[in-house]
Ligand binder design. Structure first.
Ligand SMILES: Cc1cc2nc3c(=O)[nH]c(=O)nc-3n(C[C@H](O)[C@H](O)[C@H](O)COP(=O)(O)O)c2cc1C
Length: 170
């Protein structure tokens, strides 16, 4: 693993997040939860490199996002679709996802949780959160499609995270 500065990353984020997917892991090495996500982004805000993610309140990971300071986004590459499928279907409320998937947790230099299987880890610190609200949708189709016609739970909470650590596997 190599430590990089965020600006040294050379990623197509549309493919990495939208097609490869990622794990959002919140918590400490001794107490964490992880889930698959394919919505979010990377960018620059308040003069900081940031990531933003969207988590429904029903997720067990949401409880960890609220309670814990440390969050990582890990990208496993295309060879671990099985892990993404399980972490996107099972809940940490009733399943030990590490045992179920064979994920091998590691601790990053800043003390956050990543996994041996990760090709890329973004270690993050929470800066801001807010809930999406129906009345703020400018395009009502987005609300209709994702929250009304196909209810998969409540409206997402958005978290803006400062990227404080970037680890890339050589
Ligand atoms: C490809 C994929 C992408 C997903 N993206 C998100 C997402 O961005 N936000 C979200 O809240 N849930 C998302 N999910 C659903 C969660 O991963 C799923 O509900 C998971 O079981 C939650 O686990 P938890 O209860 O342990 O937190 C996604 C699922 C899959 C399969």
């Amino acid at each position: 693993m190599r430590l990089l500065k965020p600006e040294e990353l050379n990623e197509n984020v549309f493919n990495a997040i939208g097609r490869e997917w990622m794990l959002i892991t919140a918590g400490r090495p001794e107490h964490f939860n992880t889930m698959t996500a394919s919505w979010g982004g990377l960018g620059f805000l308040w003069n900081k490199p940031v990531a933003f993610v969207f988590i429904r309140p029903e997720r067990y990971t949401y409880d960890f996002m609220e309670a814990e300071d440390s969050v990582t986004l890990t990208f496993l590459g295309q060879t671990h679709r099985d892990i993404y499928s399980l972490c996107g279907k099972l809940s940490g409320r009733d399943t030990d996802k590490v045992a179920a998937t064979g994920l091998r947790p590691i601790t990053t230099p800043q003390g956050a949780v990543s996994f041996e299987q990760a090709r890329l880890t973004l270690g993050c610190r929470k800066l801001y959160s807010d809930d999406l609200r129906q009345e703020r949708f400018i395009d009502p189709d987005c609300f209709g499609k994702w929250y009304h016609d196909r209810p998969g739970g409540g409206l997402h909470r958005m978290y803006i995270l400062e990227i404080t650590e970037v680890l890339l596997k050589d």
